[in-house]
Design a protein around this ligand. Structure first.
Ligand code: ADP
Ligand code: MG
Length: 357
């Protein structure tokens, strides 16, 4: 049993409350990613699970044990940090076995564990090397090896890839995910990078200012963001969010944007006419076709498979991702269509999603 349960968890430093009552159940074996902007409390939450920060209020359970007052070393967790801080004077094998040697485990068992972890991580040929003789990715793998040898109930990762270059980050992302698929150990992974969250998580927990904004499977959050914050945080390029007002159309209701264009709302809507709304549409849900909107092109960015068009519609900025190659010129006004069924509506006052009746 290694599920993690967090119940109304609070953290204050003096009078300043950093976590405002966070509740979260993490199922046994799941890979959960905590994501959110810098300073929202991700590391604090993770460090509280690890036992590196005291609990101001609420409870943390690992398995069936309430761990609030249990020492970090007795929680049966392993944590990997951004700065993987290997001991420079120890070989890879010595670095990996350090915690087991501290616990005075049987040398033969330690040797077995190190070999097993090295095998899993592809470190077997490197066991006699020193950290300075390793690449960044290999060092990060040793840091993970140190965690694996302890065969913990829970892995905790705090931005473990932030120090790596972009290419290596993508590679290590896949390696960590593969590792999880192999070991099946419950994992809580912190990152500020929404792409890391989307690609790695079974479940994403989006944090903002010390509370949970929304949680769900990656594509659930992508397809149905509950708030403007989640809508703009998840997805790259970000969702277009434009201010408009509700108007009547021949088919039902629509949203009139600042430039006068009216976008049909699909489904059964019964909003007060004239109500201000935020109209959200993802860059890939806009295409060449019938004329829904007129966009003045400012920049064209071909990426190979796609073309990203940055432009303006009235006074709003808009980003469009086309699957075709286009020869638009800066300043040109082009007619584009919107996949109406994929629009998102939000209340500008509360920031919350509005649904059809
Ligand atoms: P994140 O990991 O999401 O970037 P942190 O959990 O590190 O955020 O920090 C959350 C907030 O708590 C920040 O505003 C940070 O300044 C504050 N904080 C973290 N540690 C301390 C501390 N020891 N004393 C006071 N404030 C702290
Ligand atoms: Mg942090």
């Amino acid at each position: 049993m290694s599920q993690v349960r967090i119940n109304n968890l609070r953290k204050s430093y003096g009078a300043l409350e950093i976590l405002h009552g966070v509740s979260l159940d993490i199922e046994d074996g799941k890979f959960v990613v905590l994501v959110g902007p810098s300073g929202c409390g991700k590391s604090t939450l993770l460090r509280m699970i690890a036992g590196l920060e005291t609990v101001t209020g609420g409870d943390i359970f690992i398995g069936d044990t309430r761990v609030n007052d249990i020492q970090p070393k007795d929680r049966n967790i392993a944590m990997v940090f951004q700065s993987y801080a290997l001991y420079p004077h120890m070989t890879v094998a010595q670095n990996m076995s350090f915690s087991l040697r501290l616990k005075k485990e049987d040398p033969a068992a330690i040797d077995r564990e190190v070999k097993r972890a090295a095998e899993i991580l592809g470190l077997t040929p490197l066991l006699a090397r020193y950290p300075r003789q390793l690449s960044g990715g290999q060092r990060q793998r040793v840091a993970m090896g140190r965690a694996i040898v302890r065969d913990p109930q829970v892995f905790l990762f705090d931005e473990p890839l932030s120090n790596l270059d972009a290419k290596l980050r993508v590679q290590m992302r896949a390696e960590i995910k593969e590792l999880h698929q192999r070991l099946g150990t419950t994992t809580v992974y912190v990152t500020h990078d929404q792409i890391e969250a989307m690609t790695m998580a079974d479940e994403i927990v989006i944090m903002r200012d010390g509370h949970i904004e929304q949680r769900g499977a990656p594509l659930e959050l992508y397809g149905r963001p509950e708030t403007v914050f989640v809508a703009s945080f998840i997805g790259s390029p970000s969702m277009n969010l434009m201010n408009g007002t509700v108007v009547a159309t021949t088919e039902g209701q629509g949203v009139q944007l600042g430039d006068g264009s009216v976008l049909t709302l699909v489904g059964n809507w019964n909003l007060p006419l004239g109500k201000p709304v935020v109209y959200g549409i993802r860059p890939e849900d806009i295409d060449i076709g019938r004329q829904d909107i007129s966009v003045r092109v400012s920049v064209i960015e071909p990426t190979g498979p796609e073309t990203q068009v940055l432009g303006t519609i009235g006074n709003d900025k808009i980003t469009i991702q086309l699957r075709s190659r286009v020869g638009y010129l800066p300043g040109e006004v082009v007619a584009l269509q919107i996949d109406h069924a994929r629009a998102h509506l939000f209340d500008p006052d509360t920031g919350r999603r509005i649904e059809a009746a």
